[in-house]
Design a protein around this ligand. Sequence first.
Ligand SMILES: Cc1cc2nc3c(=O)[nH]c(=O)nc-3n(C[C@H](O)[C@H](O)[C@H](O)COP(=O)(O)O)c2cc1C
Length: 177
Amino acid sequence: MEVFEAIRRRKSVRAYLPTPVPREKLEKILEAARLAPSAENIQPWYFVVVTDPERRRRIAKSGRFAKFLVESPVVIVGCGDQRASPRWHLVDVAIAMQNMVLAATGEGLGTCWVGSFDEGVVRRLLKIPERFRVIALLAVGHPRGKLDLLGKMVHLIHRRKKLGEMVGFEEYGGPFR
Ligand SMILES: Cc1cc2nc3c(=O)[nH]c(=O)nc-3n(C[C@H](O)[C@H](O)[C@H](O)COP(=O)(O)O)c2cc1C
C-alpha cells in the first residue's frame, strides 16, 4: 500500500475479530518501530507484545476507554526509557508507535492508540522496570466492522480541522495560498 493511502485509510478500530495476527505481519509491524527515527539515535523504547487473554483483560479493565483490548488479539505496550533520553523518550516512542500503526494499516490490519490505562497496573502486570514510563498502548487486529459509537461521538465533539486552521505560512496565522 502506498504511504499516503495508508495515512488516509487509517482510522481507530475499536472492535476486533478473534483471528490471531499472523507472526510475519507482527514481525513487520515491530520492524517498523525498530526503523523509526529517534533523537541522537538513542532508541529509548521497549515494546511488550501482549496476546495472553487474561493479561489483556486486566489491562482493559484498568482504563475507562480501553474495553476493546479484551477483543484485539494483540496489545503492544509502548515504553519509554526516561533515563536514556529524559528529553525525548515520549516523542521517540510515539514516532515508533505511529510507524507501527501505518505498517499495520498497510498489512490490512486495524489499530487503535490507547492512552486510557493505569500505568501502575500495566507496569506490575508486565514487570516493566522503573526507568521506563508506559507511554501508550496499541490495539492491533482484524477489524470486526461494528458501529463505533465512541468514535462517532469523539468526532462530533472534535471534528477534523481544516488545513487553514492548523498551518500558518511564514508566521503564525499566515494565510495558506
Ligand atoms: C495518544 C492517543 C491516545 C488515545 N487514547 C484512546 C483511548 O484510550 N481510547 C480510545 O478509544 N481511543 C483513543 N485514542 C484514539 C483517538 O480517539 C482517535 O485517534 C481520534 O478520535 C481520531 O479518530 P481516528 O483515529 O479514527 O482518526 C487515542 C489516540 C491517541 C493518539
